[in-house]
Design a binder for this molecule. Structure first.
Ligand SMILES: NC(=O)c1ccc[n+]([C@@H]2O[C@H](COP(=O)([O-])OP(=O)(O)OC[C@H]3O[C@@H](n4cnc5c(N)ncnc54)[C@H](O)[C@@H]3O)[C@@H](O)[C@H]2O)c1
Ligand SMILES: [Zn+2]
Length: 389
């Protein structure tokens, strides 16, 4: 079989070295999952418990189950209802019961096959079942491929605390097949693109490299028939670019995680660009009005506005961001109909409650100089915030 020219393998080398793992990015890799697993799995392992959601199960989980079984792997599939509601202790308990029933031990492995919900939940189960079993991430949404599958943050939601109960638990490997994104509805693709745009803004500060914004901008505008008409809007022309887009995002995230695995030294907080605003938008609308990625884009737009007001970002950079968002069909202002809900004082209250607020001041990651560079600020007066909210 000829080498796939798009195949990429990134290294996430964490101290201690035993935590190191690979991120494999290769279109079509799932067609040969059994071979890929053999490369990454510890010899002598027994069973595979693959966890997925109802939607992904139908077109991918069932075929992969058959594929692994016919390759001689003792494989079990556990399917959770799709959606954020499944990221709960109750679902985790069901998975633990199933794992016990099939006799899963620490010699066996779990596989997360799906978006961030399946990834976070499976990682949480793997971290805690028998004090930890090895697991693999096979992310199938763009958001999961560029963000949630890398970095080892695993969790379930608890009461009012999103991701309230969790751990840092790194996978054995992350296996990314970008071809699978062809199944993704436009809205989910755009949700992932929100995080992709974020990486453009933090690239230089995190890795010392530049060029991702220009690459993405060129790719976004490469369509022969750009359209602002919602009915015909398509991002199909981006598909061939996804291996490179996903690779760059994973490279940036891996660099950050290697330096600050548990968000202690502050570098990992750069990944929160736009998120302080985003979490407030999501919470005030009870997680019903925006996908996470949509809220992140609104948050980055607010961060640009704030940077401009502080005189640390030229307006021309904000305009570049706005034009990219337009090409990708990403909204940079909330719909008018939500104006009564997005009450500035309430948003400010929620931002102060966010875990990044300390001592009454909110910690912001803000774009500075040009797209690619960010800085941390925790000295923004409430009046300034209220003026932009
Ligand atoms: N751990 C982290 O570092 C981290 C980072 C960011 C987000 N997250 C978490 O990720 C979750 C959101 O992840 P998400 O956006 O992937 O949502 P999701 O897992 O709910 O997936 C979105 C939808 O896409 C469907 N889907 C998945 N793959 C598909 C495919 N290839 N084709 C068609 N449909 C497909 C799913 O069935 C689901 O309905 C949140 O719970 C968030 O907290 C975690
Ligand atoms: Zn995010």
């Amino acid at each position: 079989m000829p080498l796939n020219p798009l195949k990429k393998i990134l290294d996430v080398t964490l101290p201690p070295k035993s935590h190191s793992y690979k991120i494999l990015i290769e279109p079509g890799s799932l067609n040969q999952l059994e071979k890929v697993l053999q490369d990454y799995i510890t010899p002598g392992f027994g069973k595979i418990l693959m966890i997925t959601d109802t939607h992904v199960s139908s077109f991918l989980g069932q075929p992969l189950l058959a594929q692994l079984k016919s390759a001689g792997f003792e494989t079990y599939l556990y399917t959770i209802p799709e959606g954020e509601g499944s990221k709960s202790l109750a679902t985790a308990e069901n998975i633990f019961s199933f794992a016990l029933d099939i006799g899963l031990s620490r010699k066996d492995v779990m596989i997360a096959l799906g978006g961030g919900v399946v990834g976070d939940l499976t990682g949480f189960c793997a971290a805690t079942y028998f004090r930890g079993v090895p697991y693999f991430q096979i992310p199938t949404t763009l958001l999961a491929q560029v963000d949630s599958s890398v970095g080892g943050k695993v969790a379930v939601n608890f009461s009012t605390a999103k991701n309230g109960i969790g751990a840092f638990y790194q996978p054995q490997a992350v296996i990314i097949d970008t071809d699978i994104l062809a199944h993704l509805p436009l809205k989910q693709l755009q949700a992932g693109l929100g995080e992709v745009v974020k990486y453009c803004f933090i690239e230089n500060t995190c890795t010392g490299t530049t060029g991702f914004f220009n690459f993405l901008n060129t790719a976004a505008n490469a369509s022969d028939s750009p359209s602002s008409d919602n009915h015909s809007f398509s991002l199909a022309h981006l598909m061939p670019k996804f291996p490179e887009i996903v690779e760059t995002c994973c490279q940036i995230k891996a660099q950050v995680v290697i330096q600050d695995e548990k968000e202690e030294s502050g570098i990992r907080s750069f990944l929160n660009l736009g998120h302080t605003f985003a979490h407030a938008y999501e919470e005030i609308t009870q997680y019903k009005a925006f996908t996470h990625g949509e809220a992140v884009v609104l948050g980055i737009a607010k961060a640009c506005q704030l940077s401009e007001q502080l005189g640390i970002l030229p307006h021309s950079e904000t305009q570049k961001f706005q034009s990219l968002c337009q090409s990708l069909g990403l909204g940079i202002t909330p719909p008018e109909t939500l104006a009564p809900t997005l009450e500035p004082l309430q948003l400010l209250r929620l931002m102060k409650k966010d875990k990044k607020a300390s001592g009454g001041f909110i910690r912001f990651i803000l774009p500075i100089h040009q797209i690619g560079e960010v800085t941390i600020r925790d000295d923004i007066p409430d009046e300034v915030l209220l003026s932009i909210l």
